[in-house]
Design a binder for this molecule. Sequence first.
Ligand code: GLN
Ligand code: ZN
Length: 772
Amino acid sequence: MVIKIHTLGFPRMGAQRELKFALERHWKGETDAATLEQVGRDLRARHWALQRDAGLDFVTVGDFAYYDHVANHVQLFGCEPARFGFDGTEPALARYFTMARGVASEHVHGDGCGCGAGPEGGTHALEMTKWFDTNYHYLVPEFHPETAFRLASARLLDEVAEARALGHTVKPVLLGPLSFLWLGKEKVAGFDRLDLLDTLLPVYNELLAQLAAAGVEWVQVDEPILGLDLPGAWALAFERAYHALKTAKVSLLLATYFSPLEDHISLACKLPVAGLHVDAVRAGRELQAVLDWLPAHKQLSVGIVDGRNIWRTDLDRAFDQLRPALERRGGNLWIAPSCSLLHVPLSLAQDPSLDAELRSWLAGATEKLAELNVIRHALRDGEGEVRKALFAARAAVAARAHSSRVKNPAVAQRIAALPADADRRPQAFPERQALQRRRFQLPDYPTTTIGSFPQTAEIRAARAAFKRKALDEGAYRDAMKREIAHAVAKQEELDIDVLVHGEAERNDMVEYFGEQLEGFAFTGNGWVQSYGSRCVKPPVLFGDVSRPNAMTVEWTAYAQGLTKRPMKGMLTGPITILQWSFVRDDQPRADTALQIALAIRDEVVDLETAGIGIIQIDEPAIREGLPLRRAQWQAYLKWAARAFRVSASGVGDATQIHTHMCYSEFNDILPEIAAMDADVITIETSRSDMELLRGFGDFKYPNEIGPGVYDIHSPRVPSADEMLRLMKKAGSVIPPANLWVNPDCGLKTRGWPETEAALRNMVTAAKQLRAG
Ligand code: GLN
Ligand code: ZN
């Protein structure tokens, strides 16, 4: 019996986020490239040692990146976009960071300053977008008809040599040619990036030859796009591409993950490669079909440990899946996490913020490697070999399954008794709109903001002092109230119509609520890379969700008490909380979403009772939750929209419910956004110059809309004229009577001076609109 264990990739940042801090020091100019490279080398060495010590048969090389692995491939294949104007004398790492982060302009741009740069000046970075359905963002390669490829970077080969010098057996990982092209973007209309395939393949062959010469036996080639709905030409191109790579003197392990292969199963099984990795967590039901289709001479790798979530593996369930596979494959099997471990924290075993019981239910990347080793031992040598480890694993899984911390009968009872119309407002939108207009007497084109005001250094310092107990609760609350009073006074002075309290007391829009809800836990060090040096620490949603106490009422009511204008209550919606947390794997996501929705509903009702007439429930992440396969979209959107409506429908018709969305493509889910039935949606649009709104117009979006009139990512202050022009454009596709005027998103990353100036211009633009 030959069972090998490996991983598709490993977290990069280090146990103490060493890479993050080293990058940020380097970017500030405090350290040179050599210092940064040394940190990278140390981290790689440490992470390879972890893999070897866990008994892995290979260490994975090529998953490390100083910013993003897709950007690594841009340099590897020599296709840095010409627009950056590199002359080849700049060091590779400097070019890499220029592509990743852009170049700030050296002079202040004005309208028509004629320098040819964008409105913010300088050279903008490669666009960044989400890596499949994860919260990791990659840099988007840019393709032109004249894009040429060549083997231009020795980084991968150097890292292979580095690992071999440390005595490791190496399995390099590459993004496959089709996924690499797919994830990029054409920068010229009428050109198809798939046309570049034939010029790209020889470079892959050259690279594979060099890897073979470097002593590499197996190369993992990631083609996650096999789990997507692909246009026919792309699916067809797989055979051509892998036939071209067939002559390579290395064995290729084609890796698929994140999504069932469905119509691509037979394609994936018959491509001329030496092995296939499948995701048995997301696509467990396909394993049987893969066993039927995959020729006996090919190596099968089964991704059995969840690479996307932090739960300890149920080993007995894993054995049930693996034993038949082992039998069918004649005792020859590779076992791995389902996907790269990039998406989970490095380790949770010693996490300082989790209690021992909770910790025992969880597994970070390091613990997942250990699980692979236990699985192999149990399958190959019998359970006696690893009796203690199995006992601990089984005990933890059983404890979690039966824990009273997980199940709350009151939550189950409430859901069972939920009336069928719990997701409906009493009356339809037109009736509600009439009531709300009478109640609030707002002018046409009412102005508002999205929720947060600048999180100043003083706010952050107060929060930090409170957390380390240098500031007592009373003093902290007073400090926050002063911030709220300041934000309210500013908004009155600016003559904004619907005010917000400014969210000074929130560090993060999910964490703030998670900390006050039952069913959530927070790690002290469970960092996951989001992009570049940015890491997030997603909450762990481990149990039934309920809301023991009001979460925002005191702050909001305090703010309302300071003004006669309507104060908008500000909540995070159930889908966004779900999407930005590590969630339970022991019940469907839809069920968890409904539980969160009920907790938010309680808060909405309490806000109404406290006299708050306008309540915003943010759902910026609604689109991120879309399944990768379109056939599953409708089912998701149906339960997601229902969860939102459940959260919003506990109030009377004169209470106005807002929602907010941003930074996603919304046009293909407009009916479902409309089905959420918010009275008002504020939505980011200014980056696309209101193009997004065309869809809302064509679809005849029925309720009120506040299209963002300025981008909050830049300190630039847009002129009133500019915003007026955007609003007029919006008014040509949306009935002007339904329009609100607001920024694109929250203002927490901005400073006060530009915030005030921009909002002043925004209010001026609204007044000009009203004047006609
Ligand atoms: N209310 C939040 C804020 O203003 C919304 C943030 C978001 O959309 N991501 O900060
Ligand atoms: Zn937003």
